[in-house]
Design a protein around this ligand. Sequence first.
Ligand code: BTN
Length: 231
Amino acid sequence: MIKKIVRFKQVGSTQDTAKHYFEQHQEIAITALMQTKGRGRMGRVWYSPMGGLYVSLLLFPEERMSSIPLVAALSVIKTLEDLGFHNLSIMWPNDILLNKKKVCGIISESYKKAIICGIGLNVNITKFNFSSNHATSLRIESGRIFELEQVLNLLIGRFNPLYNQLRKNGLKIENFMHYMSGIGEAVSLTTNQGNIYGTVSGLDDDWSLIIRDENGVSRKFYYGDVRCLTW
Ligand code: BTN
């Protein structure tokens, strides 16, 4: 349960700053107005100028919980619904799409006995430093400007009860399926071993992705990056 938020103006990465609080053994959120070394999954850079929400949750779950990033994803979705957004979905494993464009990325890293779950939400960003029609922000989609502090408070308020639920009796995969996008779509999956092309046939109970590849073979993946080829 996150009871405290520690705020910074600028850090390298809130993922690394969070590690400095490990010894206190308290579940907290670390946030910064901008990051100079924001990182994404699969070794990517996370573009982190002023205007985005950058937060890392330092968590001490009793057991290894692979669903934590999903709980974070669902918390972001609920927060965005609270702010009046619709057409939200989760792209496996845990990107959040708004109107089919990526508005939020989530990374989960283990550190000693802790899990550090990082959430990057494009809130008021109007321009990206890369040409991508796959990225968007709340401001771009709505024309509205948001108070980062309000968004953060909503997010923590949504995260805590879901995280408690996960710890008590486990959240069922069905909670997420409702928002899952990409099923039945032709996709490319980027993995450390290269690209795989195929059609998403579904998700397993352990949240692994099942892809029917070009040769008609069903394969299971635990790691990677999905891109829909049809949109
Ligand atoms: C991704 O989609 O690849 C995940 C992006 C995660 C970005 C967040 S921003 C807050 C935290 N600090 C980081 O350096 N990364 C995560």
